[in-house]
Ligand binder design. Sequence first.
Ligand code: ADP
Ligand code: MG
Length: 238
Amino acid sequence: MGSIKLEKVTKSFGDVEVIPPLDLTIHDGEFTVFVGPSGCGKSTLLRLIAGLEDITSGQISIDGNDATNVPPAKRGLAMVFQSYALYPHMSVRKNIAFPLRMAKMDQAEIDRRVDGAASVLNLADYIDRRPGQLSGGQRQRVAIGRAIVREPSAFLFDEPLSNLDAALRVGMRLEISELHKRLETTMIYVTHDQVEAMTMADKIVVLRAGHIEQVGSPLELYHTPRNAFVAGFIGSPK
Ligand code: ADP
Ligand code: MG
């Protein structure tokens, strides 16, 4: 569970086509990073996969089934927003439980999942605090916890660390990589930071103006960038 396939997917806003026809396959369990300069379409692509935006044409399949017209909540994917999307008046426990309460899950199952996520993310000691009483890294873990409890077939991260300071970013990067190893769930991770891309990815998708310049492992892109744009972005010597 967790494979995602895009076939001839396009997206236009009004007359402007921001994603020209694009094909991409993400395999089950893969950690895929979308990288590219600001405005190249990373967030749009993630939102199309999540169903938060409708594609203009083409097809999106999830686990082999056409998901093009499936609403976001039924796609089995969880988007991790930046930590400032937490509810300030709710405890960590309530923040993490929120999507499950909305889905009217029974309380015993909610407690089981929240406790599981808190333990995986080392949040057990903070479970009754409010977001304002947490560090930036802890807040980001709560935002991830809210995705974990949904037991998604894939996690979609949109620059989750961009509002953390540099030292915290390094730690959170490692934590997300550890989480991926532990859960073995598909993750798509958007960043404009080449260090994040190189250190976290199984597969990197380099985007430029809505199209894919190159797809490959960090080593492939480093050693055999297809052109100067990819080389420049990946930081390889070519
Ligand atoms: P990135 O995440 O790589 O910085 P985005 O996906 O946010 O890029 O944006 C890609 C392009 O689509 C940009 O030119 C942006 O201005 C445009 N765009 C994104 N969302 C909208 C929208 N809702 N309406 C109009 N244009 C948009
Ligand atoms: Mg973006």
